[in-house]
Design a protein around this ligand. Structure first.
Ligand SMILES: Nc1nc2c(c(=O)[nH]1)N[C@H]1C(S)=C(S)[C@@H](COP(=O)(O)OP(=O)(O)OC[C@H]3O[C@@H](n4cnc5c(=O)[nH]c(N)nc54)[C@H](O)[C@@H]3O)O[C@H]1N2
Ligand SMILES: Nc1nc2c(c(=O)[nH]1)N[C@H]1C(S)=C(S)[C@@H](COP(=O)(O)OP(=O)(O)OC[C@H]3O[C@@H](n4cnc5c(=O)[nH]c(N)nc54)[C@H](O)[C@@H]3O)O[C@H]1N2
Ligand code: SF4
Ligand SMILES: [Mo]
Length: 687
């Protein structure tokens, strides 16, 4: 059946040999979909969803349907290369892997001898989420080397920390249960673009009578899908949450027995809420006072209710406290423990693997190596003392994704910095590389994947042979370890060995999940018994949900959830939010022409009042600028954002929106503050 269809489509007859394979989506996306891959002999020709997977159920996003094109893209890197021209000019010559390994190991040895191992900095994130390839052999290698430690804070660290101060651990309800929710608040998450299966569950809940509210700064795809869209001024969500609590306490819409049994600090919170009247909060958030009352009433009177807490709202100076404040809401109405009640920021904690055995921090020659916050890469490259002499980039594209890009690029331009970049494509970061190394796609690897949303562990088995001379991160660091003469047995482990090591843990939720089971079943659900979940188990210092947190107060912040204004001076009149694009995955896919066409051009949404003040109309080219830099985009004028706010979507390779963003750190967890940026906008000169 399948064969016939393809024969017809391809116009060939009798010559196709189709096989189907299971795969996992490797990208940094909460859904971690199960994929079906169709191969004709050795070549992947189609990627679709796997209807058999219990959560992702055959649906995948459009961008991942383009994976065959990405896998066999003519610009995919196939051989190691060495830089010929000055940094920034993209002139390279092909070299052999042996020559690349020889050069890296020689340079590393000489750097270590002269400056010590902390002069070497790894820089990576989750371009591939596989445990072995994102936080496996690489970590083992850099631990043994004794390099500086990278604090991987660019994504969700402030929100995760905020959640932990309230609940003890960053974990939420099982998303499969959210079909039972009667109220779903999507707060600072653009889930139609970034967590599509949560939308599918919410649609089911809606059919059963649930209401969906979306709180955001832009009337985007998710706002248009929700029943009620509540626009809020960026960075003011903690005040909004406190305003809702004020109304709920005032109008006695709280669950006293639950509060008494499971929380601490309620009397202090009630006193603190006094000032957060709807009118006061409305002044801060620009949400009308009536709507704040309505929000408080709906939230206070609907059960079970579910809050999907996004990443966008925590990319702010006060992002940790925003999530901390929102996380107090479910406790006030006693949602935890109800099927479909509670909140979810991230769920990867449940799948805690044997990280110590996988990453081997015990191999470090220096127990207290210096830590570099990845949000301050530019600062580190330019000013760390002692200086960073070498940077090894993989699974990430910092020249595009890191804040304060001009500073990052200035650091990367240092001629004395020995930079190695391992990637599938010649990214903007490769512009500054001394050596560029070709990476396999995940279709070429063996790996395991957890999700930061659903509760399944999945196995990825290689579907095709490595293309060209591409090597996986696992193989690269394993072989480099041999070149560095690291003779510990763990550097000779196979991928299969490392999967077994990872699964060999005391974590009771993954008890009974073995390599054999994963091979047989492809995915296995974590066993999380209800008596282990909130509110039965709350691992805070007090053992209760901490509406007041002594630890937070000792860390120098308010012990109660609180609102503090953003730090960026008001020198520039407009607030810029530069979020993800529906058609890309961070900067991944942004080099595919077919997806670029769908995403149109780099664009900002602007309120009509701000546009008329600047004499701008839809389609005009504009320059966005501030003290840190500038970039050019097209403007779209309308009412999808408030006056005073502009929103762009996507990390385009050529368009440098991070030229504008700051490398200030957030209040908790050293998080990024991408969205606390102010700019001005002027019409671009026409020539
Ligand atoms: N298509 C697509 N999917 C993706 C990604 C992608 O690039 N493209 N990236 C992946 C990654 S790495 C991540 S971390 C997630 C991120 O996905 P989400 O968790 O959805 O986070 P963002 O899209 O960054 O921001 C969510 C929303 O927050 C809004 N926002 C910004 N500031 C505020 C604020 O102060 N208050 C409120 N209430 N809202 C605010 C933005 O307008 C945006 O609509 O998505 C993942 N999935
Ligand atoms: N202005 C602004 N900036 C942002 C954000 C924002 O919303 N606005 N979002 C931030 C967030 S939440 C995140 S998570 C970061 C994401 O930042 P990054 O993690 O850097 O994400 P990508 O841009 O997707 O880059 C991943 C790179 O890894 C490569 N890659 C994929 N698989 C492999 C592999 O197996 N091996 C190797 N060696 N390389 C591989 C890809 O080709 C790609 O070039 O960006 C952050 N930057
Ligand atoms: S990017 Fe997200 S939604 Fe798309 S296939 Fe991958 S996991 Fe699924
Ligand atoms: Mo992220």
């Amino acid at each position: 059946m399948l064969v016939t269809r393809f024969e017809a489509k391809l116009g060939v007859s009798g010559t196709v040999e189709l096989t189907q394979h299971l795969s996992v989506c490797p990208f940094d996306c909460p859904d971690t979909c199960s994929l079906m891959v169709l191969k004709d002999r050795d070549t992947i020709i189609k990627v679709t969803g796997n209807p058999g997977h219990p959560v992702t159920r055959g649906a995948i996003c459009d961008k991942v349907r383009h994976l065959p094109m990405r896998t066999y893209h003519p610009e995919r890197l196939m051989r190691p290369m060495r830089r010929l021209g000055p940094k920034g000019t993209l002139r390279f010559e092909p070299i052999s892997w042996d020559a690349a390994y020889a050069e890296i190991s020689e340079r590393f040895r000489s750097i270590i001898q002269t400056h010590g191992p902390e002069a070497i900095l790894p820089y990576s994130f989750y371009g591939n989420m596989g445990i072995l390839n994102a936080e496996g052999m690489d970590r083992r290698f850099f631990n043994r080397l004794g390099s500086s430690v990278l604090d991987r804070t660019i994504c969700n660290s402030s929100g995760a920390e905020g959640f932990r101060y309230t609940m003890g651990v960053n974990a939420g309800l099982d998303p499969e249960d959210t079909v039972n929710s009667k109220l779903i608040i999507v707060w600072g998450a653009n889930i139609v673009s970034t967590n599509m299966h949560q939308v599918l569950y919410a649609n089911e809940a809606r059919k059963r009578g649930a209401q969906i509210i979306h709180i955001d700064v832009q009337e985007n795809r998710t706002a248009r899908w929700a029943d009620w869209y509540v626009p809020v001024l960026p960075g003011t969500d903690a005040a909004l949450a406190l305003g809702m609590m004020h109304v709920m306490v005032r109008d006695n819409l709280v669950n006293h027995p639950f509060i008494e049994r499971y929380t601490q600090g309620y009397p202090e919170l009630v006193a603190h809420l006094h000032q957060f009247t709807p009118e006061y909060v409305s002044n801060i958030t620009r949400v009308p006072a009536d709507d704040i009352v309505r929000l408080g009433h709906i939230y206070g009177s609907t059960s079970p209710s579910f809050i999907r807490i996004g990443n966008g709202l925590q990319h702010h100076d006060n992002g940790g406290m925003i999530v901390r404040a929102i996380t107090c809401l479910p406790a006030l109405t006693g949602q935890w423990g109800l099927v479909g009640g509670g909140a979810l920021k991230g769920n990867s904690w449940y799948a805690g693997l044997n990280t110590a055995a996988v990453q081997r921090p015990d191999l470090r020659p220096n127990r207290h190596a210096r830590t570099i916050n990845m949000n301050q890469l530019g600062e580190a490259l330019l000013r760390a003392t002692p200086p960073i002499q070498s940077l090894f980039v993989y699974n990430s594209n910092p020249a595009v994704v890191a804040p304060n890009q001009n500073k990052v690029r200035e650091g990367l331009l240092r001629e004395d910095l020995f930079t190695v970049v391992h990637d599938l494509f010649l990214t903007d970061t490769c512009l500054y590389a001394d050596l560029v190394l070709p990476a396999t796609s995940h279709f070429e690897n063996l790996d395991i994947y957890k999700s930061y949303w659903h509760l399944y562990l999945q196995l990825q088995e290689p579907i095709i042979e490595p293309l060209g001379e591409c090597k996986s991160n696992f193989t690269l660091f394993q072989e480099l370890a041999q070149w560095m003469a690291f003779d510990e047995a763990c550097f000779r482990e196979t991928e299969e060995d490392m999967i077994r090591t990872a699964l060999d843990t005391g974590n009771q939720y993954i008890k009974g999940i073995t390599y054999e089971r994963l091979k047989e079943e492809k995915w296995v659900k974590l066993m999380v018994p209800s008596h282990d979940q909130f509110p039965h188990h709350i691992p805070t210092p007090s053992g209760k949900i901490e509406l007041y947190s002594q630890a937070l107060s000792e860390a120098g912040l308010s012990g109660l959830p609180d609102y503090t204004p953003l730090k960026e001076p008001m020198t520039y009149p407009l607030h810029l939010i530069s979020g993800p694009n529906h058609h890309f995955l961070n900067s991944t896919f942004a080099n595919l022409a077919s997806l670029q066409r769908k995403a149109h051009v780099p664009e900002i949404a602007m309120h009509e009042d701000d546009a008329s003040m600047r004499n701008l109309k839809t389609g005009d080219q504009v320059i966005l600028w501030n003290d840190r830099g500038h970039c050019t985009m097209r403007v779209r004028v309308g009412r999808e954002v408030m006056s005073g706010v502009v929103v762009s979507q996507g990390l385009w390779w050529t368009e440098a929106v991070n030229a504008l963003t700051s490398d200030r750190l957030s209040d908790l967890g050293g998080g990024a503050t991408f969205f606390s940026t102010r700019v001005d906008v002027v019409k671009a000169p026409t020539d």
